[in-house]
Design a protein around this ligand. Structure first.
Ligand SMILES: Cc1ncc(COP(=O)(O)O)c(C=O)c1O
Length: 438
């Protein structure tokens, strides 16, 4: 599931509530704000219109089904529905399953879906074919990656006893890391990513980092940190949940060892869509999965009692793939046809720059504090704003048609998915936020 939003906490204080939905555009003199030509609202709305008109990716929004009147800035939690998915999924259910029944494992290529879809996704994370396998959840893939990494480190030589883990990590990563470390005899050292180079040493076995921090939207230096980890002789494992599909990752170019990520955020695979595991080609022969299920056997239908791992990334498979979700994801990835991640990144930075400028203009000073770094090289594809009563504020934003989310205790998150979010959306979101504080 996407990160769920809690709704059961007691209210602390009240932002201005009950206003109608914001108009789509901040046309001067409308209910959208101070109005009048030369007003901040009019200027920013006009700038948004000009930016949208010049945006070469603007037409991609038609590849998605989005409700009218809603500004959707939560694609960093659950991506929108690609327009092809409903028909593709219906075909899988009614024809492939309903008519072909078990023949579909061969005739509809169900059996090879995990590696086929892995190869389809691979260019989006900068991986050559044969290194990405799709299936299971991010949490499960993380377990495979961390135990696999610890075993690779152990095979390389004795004396490596620690696992450095991003101290601000998404909780599941910390929980799984603690268990993986316990199983492999390592000690977890929670470490701020900026402190990783100094913390590395001859005892470091594995380093687990997030490419983009889920709460702050801070982008970490994957190339530099991976180099530092390798210089210390350790194995680098990256969590790409908040970067894949939003910015270039360059797994092969930066010689990442192992990586995991989900597909339900910027890759729009749908709620609970299968995650993926990247195993760099150079590690595949030695990768020793802690979950050696029959789907990763060299001869799965030989039904032998002895386990022999398959070649390549598919040794990261475990059991029977979740075909309905997996084939929905395969169709969702068609939304990327002819689109480069570089173009998406350029638009993402322009969108988040523009949103921050609109927030600075519309939202009373001192009410929100951006926690996402201003520098492009340290910013992911979301803007997080710290504010009092964040949960209440987000609830009010959603009531007014601007959907972002909230992370405890005080962070409003706005995710910008360039495939379907435009500059007018950014302007309306900031203007609505300004009204709530106004
Ligand atoms: C950074 C990060 N890692 C891991 C996860 C957990 O993924 P899953 O629920 O697929 O195991 C999430 C979920 O949102 C996440 O944001």
């Amino acid at each position: 599931m996407s990160e769920p939003t809690r709704t059961s906490e007691p209210a602390a204080a009240r932002p201005r509530a009950g206003a109608p939905l914001e108009p789509d555009h901040g046309a001067p003199g409308t209910a959208g704000g101070p109005g009048g030509s030369g007003s901040p609202t009019g200027d920013l709305a006009a700038r948004a219109a000009a930016l949208d008109a010049a945006d070469e990716l603007a037409g991609l929004r038609d590849r998605f089904t989005l409700p009218d009147g809603v500004v959707y800035l939560d694609g960093n939690s659950l991506g929108a529905l690609p327009a092809t998915v409903a028909a593709a999924t219906s075909d899988v259910v009614t024809r492939q399953w309903g008519e072909l029944l078990i023949r579909s494992w061969d005739e509809s290529d169900w059996w090879t879906a995990p590696e086929r879809i892995g190869d389809k996704l691979a260019p989006l994370v900068g991986a050559a074919p044969g290194q990405v396998v799709v299936g299971d959840s991010t949490s499960v893939n993380l377990f495979k990656a961390l135990v696999g990494a610890a075993r690779l480190a152990e095979a390389a030589g004795p004396g490596r006893t620690t696992m450095l883990v991003d101290a601000a990590t998404f909780p599941t990563d910390g929980y799984i890391a603690a268990s993986a470390a316990r199983m492999t005899g390592l000690t977890v050292l929670p470490t701020d990513p900026a402190d990783v180079p100094a913390a590395l040493g001859p005892d470091t076995a594995v380093v687990l980092l997030n490419h983009v921090d889920y709460r702050t939207g801070r982008l970490h230096d994957l190339p530099g940190l991976t180099r530092a980890v390798h210089a210390a002789g350790a194995i680098a494992v990256w969590d790409l949940c908040h970067s894949a599909g939003a910015l270039p990752v360059g797994l092969d170019a930066h010689a990442v060892d192992l990586a995991v990520g989900c597909t339900y955020k910027y890759l729009n695979g749908g709620p609970g869509a299968p995650a993926y595991l990247y195993i760099a080609e150079r590690h595949q022969a030695a990768f020793d999965s802690p979950l050696p299920g029959w789907n990763s056997h060299a001869d799965p239908f030989g039904m032998t009692p002895h386990y022999a791992p398959a070649e390549g990334a598919l040794r990261g498979r475990v059991g029977t793939p979740d075909i309905l979700s997996m084939l929905a994801l395969e169709s969702a990835l068609d939304a990327w046809d002819g689109v480069t991640v570089e173009a998406v990144r350029a638009k993402s930075l322009a969108l988040t720059d523009f949103f921050l400028a609109c927030v600075a203009q519309y939202v009373p000073q001192g009410t929100v504090e951006p926690v996402t770094p201003a520098e492009h090289e340290r910013r992911g594809s979301q803007v997080s704003l710290r504010t009092e009563n964040a949960r209440e504020v987000m609830r009010e934003l959603i009531a007014r048609g601007v959907v972002g989310d909230y992370r405890a205790p005080d962070v409003l998150r706005f995710g910008f998915t360039p495939l379907y979010v435009g500059f007018a959306d950014a302007e309306r979101a900031a203007r609505t936020l300004g009204h709530i504080f106004g």
